[in-house]
Design a protein around this ligand. Structure first.
Ligand code: GLP
Length: 254
């Protein structure tokens, strides 16, 4: 078995960051047009999605044969709710990139039988052949998807109680316009680390502590992102501005 391989790429924020992320995804789609990809929500991947949509419009890439899942959503929101991650992904990426509906499976946060939905979701990922690539954002508290500090790293898709820090961040992002749900539903850490490749996107000064935890190189349940340290094909794309703030040791899987 090959040794874990982690790469950290530093690049300037804005369009340089978005292009670097899009290059990574485009390279996968060129190698494997039918790739199975898990997508994050949030401010960080917005530039990536805009870049992918622009490249698809310019016929520089096609996402039409790939299959897409999302990582997480709020519990109890319909897929059309303005806060819904499913809606976000449809609007910012899946529809403008021309991904056919039958290639999209998004978590239904408002499923009446949510446990059954979680099982179906895992089954759909497995039926697709597993994830070729999981693209991740990073929470200020180190969460990936909605796997909060203290999460069970062996969990698959499940319902989670959102931490006060996560909810406060989201209240601020929505300028208090919406009540932020207390619960989310997320692909579990075991599902994420089973992806054949992981791309972690880290942007914004508030992420320095979480990135520093990753760079310490020690798996620590208080920092869910450190579950990625054992992964065999992890690329971290981080804004150069974070390099000194997050410089606590060198990222090295143990
Ligand atoms: C949310 C989502 C995560 C996302 C994270 C970072 O909590 N559940 O999937 O990665 O926020 O978001 P942002 O990119 O807006 O900082």
């Amino acid at each position: 078995m090959s040794a874990p391989s982690s790469t950290i790429l530093w690049c300037r924020g804005g369009s340089e960051f978005s292009r670097a992320a899009a290059d990574h995804v485009a390279a996968l789609l060129a190698r494997n047009p039918e790739a199975v990809v898990a997508l994050p929500t949030g401010q960080t991947p917005l530039g990536l999605y805009a870049e992918l949509v622009a490249r698809a419009a310019a016929k520089q890439l096609s996402a039409a044969q790939a299959r897409f899942f999302n990582l997480d959503d709020y519990l109890g929101l319909s897929v059309d709710h303005p806060l819904s991650y499913a809606r976000f992904l449809r609007e910012h990426f899946l529809m403008p990139a021309g991904v056919p509906k039958e290639h999209i499976r998004l978590l239904r946060g408002d499923a009446v039988r949510i446990e059954a939905e979680c099982c179906d979701y895992e089954a759909a990922i497995a039926a697709a052949g597993g994830l070729d690539l999981a693209i991740l954002g990073l929470g200020t508290n180190g969460h990936i998807g909605f796997n909060e500090p203290g999460s069970d790293w062996s969990a698959q898709t499940h319902v989670v109680s959102l931490s006060p820090e996560t909810r406060a961040t989201h209240v601020a992002q929505t300028q208090g316009k919406f009540a932020i749900p207390e619960y989310g539903v997320t692909v579990g850490i075991s599902t994420i680390v089973a992806a054949r490749e992981i791309l972690l996107l880290v942007a914004g000064g508030a992420k320095a502590r979480a990135l520093a935890a990753l760079r310490r190189g020690i798996p620590d349940p208080r920092w869910p992102v450190t579950a990625l340290l054992t992964h065999r094909n992890l690329t971290v794309l981080a804004e150069a501005e974070l390099q000194s703030a997050a410089a606590e040791g060198v990222m090295a899987p143990r």
